[in-house]
Design a protein around this ligand. Structure first.
Ligand code: APR
Length: 183
């Protein structure tokens, strides 16, 4: 089914409804916490579906500061890699925006390092961490677009995987504003 698509050089940015754990992209991104200790939401779903080897690797890595990302293998998941990104706990500060942008940028840096050519993102920080999705969507899409512009030929596909109606509306608005077509 055609989905909203932005084309940047050789890379497609798409948004689609779905579950992050069933994505067949090379890498999927986890909405993790600084202790890399698992949780609910995306984090719980990934560890549940991927099995215990992901947590074993997370324990070895230890911690990950807010705005950063680390990578593990993906256990039983279809993806090869899980990129554990830590978004900010929303507090209404300017630093929330910069930390969220950093979490997306760092995720793509890890993806380049492991040569993942396709990456699926959930809406980092918009669940338990309370970041308003209308504010988060332009940061997510804008940061990823800029990274892809600055790193041509690194990615074939970036997919934003959307779980809720409110998230879909916010992402659709931003994709449309940027001239997305149904691809
Ligand atoms: N696939 C895709 N998106 C999902 C899924 C899923 N299986 N489950 C939830 N979501 C959506 C939520 O609807 C929300 O919009 O992902 C977004 C992010 O929500 P959270 O998973 O709560 O992530 P976040 O807000 O970044 O909070 C991170 O929550 O689970 C804990 O350990 C995690 O402490 C960390 C915190």
């Amino acid at each position: 089914m055609p989905v909203p698509t932005l084309t940047i050089g050789a890379t497609k940015l798409v948004m689609d409804r779905g579950d992050i754990t069933t994505q067949s992209t090379d890498a999927i991104v986890n909405a993790a916490n600084t202790g890399l200790r698992g949780g609910a939401g995306v984090d719980g779903a990934i560890h549940h579906a991927g099995g215990p080897t992901i947590m074993e690797e997370c324990r070895k890595l230890g911690r990950c500061p807010t705005g950063k990302a680390v990578v593990t293998k993906a256990g039983r998941l279809q993806a090869k890699w899980v990129i554990h990104a830590v978004g900010p706990i929303y507090a209404g500060l300017t630093s929330d925006n910069t930390e969220l942008a950093s979490a997306y940028r760092e995720s793509l840096m890890r993806a380049v390092e492991v040569q993942a050519r396709s990456v699926a993102f959930p809406c980092i920080s918009t669940g338990a961490y309370g970041f308003p999705v209308k504010q988060a969507a332009p940061i997510a899409i804008g940061t990823v677009s800029k990274f892809v512009e600055d790193n041509p030929d690194k990615f074939d596909l970036i997919r934003f995987v959307i779980f809720t109606d409110a998230d879909y509306a916010a992402y659709f608005g931003e994709f449309t504003r940027r001239g997305a077509v149904r691809g």
